[in-house]
Every structure is written in C-alpha cells, then in structure tokens.
Ligand binder design. Sequence first.
Ligand SMILES: NC(=O)c1ccc[n+]([C@@H]2O[C@H](COP(=O)([O-])OP(=O)(O)OC[C@H]3O[C@@H](n4cnc5c(N)ncnc54)[C@H](O)[C@@H]3O)[C@@H](O)[C@H]2O)c1
Length: 341
Amino acid sequence: MAQNPIRIGFVGCGRQATAAWYPNFATIPELDLAACCDLQPELAERNARFYGARRWYTSLEQMLAAETLDAVMVVGPPLMHYECGKQVLEAGLHLMMEKPAALRTEQAQELAELAAAKGVITQIGHNMRHAPGVQKFRELMAMPAFGKLLYLESRYFMPSPMWHETADVRTGWNYMIFQATHAVDLARGIAGEIESVYARLSVGEEGRFAIACAVAFASGAAGTITLTGCTPNWTCQLEAAGDARAHLRLVNLHTLEFEPHTAESGYRPSPGIPGNYWKPATRDNAEVRSGYWGQMQAFARAVQRGQPDSPTLRDAHRAMVVCDAILDSIEQRSPIDLPKS
Ligand SMILES: NC(=O)c1ccc[n+]([C@@H]2O[C@H](COP(=O)([O-])OP(=O)(O)OC[C@H]3O[C@@H](n4cnc5c(N)ncnc54)[C@H](O)[C@@H]3O)[C@@H](O)[C@H]2O)c1
C-alpha cells in the first residue's frame, strides 16, 4: 500500500538550498513540501512560490508552532545547522541537514546524542553517497568478481585554496569541514570505519596545498584520502582493488570502469561479468548525478519505514572526528589512532 508522503518544513532558501535541494521536490512523490522558512521574507516567499510550499515563514519557531510536520530539512551555514537542528530535534521531529552538521565536532556530537535520545531519524547531506555512480561502485564491489576490498583511494581535488587561518577554528578546519569531508565521508561510506590516519601537507603559493593521507580501515583494508586546493577544476575519484584481482574506478561520479581478472589475459574484461563500463543515462540531471535527488528520496523512505539511511548525524560527527585526526597528524607529523566509535 502506498504510504503517505512525509510532510516537510524547509529552513533556508539561500543559494545551495535553491540550486540543489528545492528543485527535487517536484519529482519525489514521497516528499510533501508543506512550508518553507528563511530570515529573509523575499527568499521564503520566492521559494514557496517557485517550489509549491503551501505556507512560508521567517522564523523556524513560528513554523514549528503553526505546522504539523513529520520532518525538517535545514540548509545553510554550519552554525545555522547546529542551532536550527537542535530546535528541530528538541521538537521530536526527524531531521535532514546539509553538511557540515555543525561548526565544531562537539556540536555535531551533541546533536547526534540528542537525536538518539529523541529516537528520530537523521540524515546529513553528504550527497555523493547517493550518487548513482557511487551506488553502482558499491554494487560491483559486492560481487565475488571483486573479492575482498584491499585498497580504496578517495580523491577530492579542488581549484580554490581554503587553507588559511580563520578566527575561532584551527588552521585548515574550514577546508576540512566544507570540502575534505566529502572524501572522508565517501571513504567511510564505502570501506567502513577508519581506525587511523597518517597525513602530510604540502603548501605552496597563496595557500595552495595538497594533502596525502594514508588510512587504515577497521576491515583491514588500506587506503588513501588525497586532497588538493590547487587544481584547475574540481575532480573526484574513487579507486578500489579487490583480492579477486579486480580494479574499480569512478571518475567525477559519472564514469565507472570495472576491470575484473580473467583467466585468459589476466587483464581484459570477461564477457561473463556484467557492467565493466558504466555511465549514467543522459536524461540524468546534475542533481541526480551528484546524489542530491537520491539523498532526499532516501531520507523520505527512511522516515516512512522508520529505519535510518546514511549518513546519519553519527556518521557526520565521525567524519568530523576523522577531519580533526588528519589535522592532528599533519601538525604532529605522526600517525593518529582514532577513538573507537
Ligand atoms: N553538498 C555540497 O556539495 C555543497 C555544495 C555547496 C554548498 N554546500 C553547503 O551549503 C551550505 C550553504 O548553503 P547556502 O549556499 O544555501 O547558504 P546561503 O548563505 O546562501 O543561505 C542560507 C540562508 O539561510 C537563511 N538563514 C540563516 N539562518 C537562519 C535561521 N535561523 N532561520 C531561517 N533561515 C536562516 C539565510 O537568510 C540565507 O538565506 C554550506 O553549509 C555548505 O557546506 C554543500
């Protein structure tokens, strides 16, 4: 039997929310955009008109008081995530937020603990986990032809250096929680918990930089997280090797190559093994391809069935713990063991 759509109140009608989140409501029947909210009335009114919210507000408090909602989505800066997220959780509603979940690791932990105490479902917008290419990557990794994961690289190259000193937070922290967190979350999402990191930083002109970080996963797999703020374009890559002598590579979330071992050549794809080259259908738009659409649908379905999808607030907190450990490792020039999750 079809379930009722999840009644959503949406907080934040800024750039990212309007470009990557609101357009998806029209094509996800599991979601009902009941109301939206922004401190700036012209933005709240505009998004209600463009995307079909029945009412709009300039205060989350008023929205929560006036609406009957199942869940709230929050998209804006990290401090807003922490403050609005806390209000939503205290009201006992399910919560989905953009990344980063908070500015500080302790704040993300506080939110995760509050969510657990309230027994609500949470999800954080590490959108790439829900990209169709990443899901295909995981499907292929689960095949016997891939074997056990031995190695995973999660690469995230950016043009803009953000490696500068900022008031209130340690050097590099803003880069870690806004950008590096994508690579960290993907590594955890694909290969599981991270036990230790050993990172080196190289800094050049105008704060341009690169980081190579060796990672040990709890599964026993080895890995690397490689990051830059110096390349001409954004590039993201996942590369994995399995003990069935297979090689998997996903470039920029959209081009996937699977190279299983074959007895004849050792290297050429075998006709017996499906999907050794994959690209998303051309009708996919950018929101689908990069996972924004999929993550919203996954959240709606998680609320409907009463079981969380991922990444949860706990995952978001853990990604921040890993980000902290990478900075510790750079500063101390030594490997860092992470606390048990
Ligand atoms: N997943 C990704 O790849 C990705 C890409 C780009 C940006 N982002 C994330 O998006 C976020 C930035 O979002 P944005 O570009 O929409 O920001 P923005 O500054 O354009 O918009 C934030 C909006 O929230 C409103 N707001 C602030 N506090 C509020 C409150 N208490 N109640 C109601 N409204 C409030 C502001 O008026 C503003 O309109 C960042 O956290 C960034 O990490 C993620």
